[in-house]
Design a protein. Structure first.
Length: 267
């Protein structure tokens, strides 16, 4: 994904927005999102990609229900994906790449895996491929200047503004190094109920954390087993690889046998 804007800055800017201003996106923004969907980066070459579409929410409060969690959104990104772990990790990776693209365009978003009416979204999505189901949606649009009370409560409930300390999540690397800065970008990743299941161990790099000393590996693991764990890990890998580009680090997947705990080797 070519992004002239500093991608780590975009990751910092992204947060979940649940209150929109009720206006439609203009045509050129929708076209840009659709163009981006066609060229999204993939994590695994040999795993099926999800299908992602921009869907309209007709009328003022729309037909696409979100149980009141989202208000004022006129467009949604909707994703259909397969059910295997690897497909869900791939889906998380690609949808987050799109969310970051939207953020870079100045648009607000919010990952939704639970609080939306699947039936209505399936209908709006249109035909689904064999074995695919709507797994994730996100409103996409412009926020209101102030968050609703219910939204502020929701953020407080899931401690949305609190991330676990760096040292609790990542081992074998100092924060103020290239690899440390990349992992700090992983720490900014959204996760279901802000569960932050991603853990990493960096080996073989010495203290420089620049990926150049010897054969550095970064091994992920997942500290959760919930329904969204694979999607959450896909999002983390997306932050890891996109932020790595900015830090001029290049990785290959060394061990993909467990999609929830990939091991990357520095090239
Ligand atoms: C896979 C996934 C599913 C999510 N599902 C919901 C949801 O159903 N409803 C909701 O309001 N937020 C949902 N969220 C948003 C998270 O609660 C939010 O990302 C987290 O609290 C961190 O806050 P932030 O995105 O503002 O950084 C989901 C996030 C992810 C990654």
């Amino acid at each position: 994904m070519d992004n002239p804007m500093n991608i780590i800055e975009i990751m910092r800017r992204r947060d979940s927005c649940r209150t929109y201003n009720g206006l439609r996106l203009d045509k050129s923004a929708i076209t840009s999102l659709e163009d981006e969907i066609r060229v999204l980066p993939r994590l695994f070459e040999d795993v099926a990609s999800p299908e992602i579409r921009v869907v309209d929410n007709d009328g003022a409060e729309g037909k696409l229900g979100t149980y009141g969690f989202i208000t004022g959104a006129r467009q949604f990104l909707a994703m259909a994906s397969g059910k295997t772990r690897a497909e869900q990790v791939q889906a998380g990776f690609m949808f987050e790449a799109l969310i970051l693209k939207a953020t870079g365009m100045g648009l607000a978003t919010c990952w939704l895996g639970g609080t939306f009416r699947r039936g209505a979204f399936s209908e709006a999505f249109g035909s689904l491929g064999e074995g695919m189901e709507i797994s994730i949606v996100s409103p996409v649009g412009h926020p209101t200047p102030k968050r609703r009370f219910a939204e502020r409560m929701m953020r407080r409930m899931v401690k949305a503004d609190r991330r676990k300390p760096f040292a609790d999540l990542f081992r074998g690397v100092a924060e103020d190094t290239p690899i440390g800065r990349v992992l700090e970008a992983v720490r900014l990743a959204p996760s279901s109920s802000n569960s932050q299941p991603w853990r990493c161990t960096v080996s073989g790099g010495g203290d420089a954390g620049d990926g150049k000393e010897g054969q550095v590996t970064v091994e992920f693991s997942c500290a959760a087993s919930g329904r969204f764990a694979p999607v959450d890990m896909g999002i983390a890998y997306c932050h890891f690889l996109l932020a790595s580009r900015q830090e001029k680090l290049d990785w290959e997947i060394e061990d993909a046998s467990n999609p929830l705990g990939l091991r990357f080797r520095c090239r």
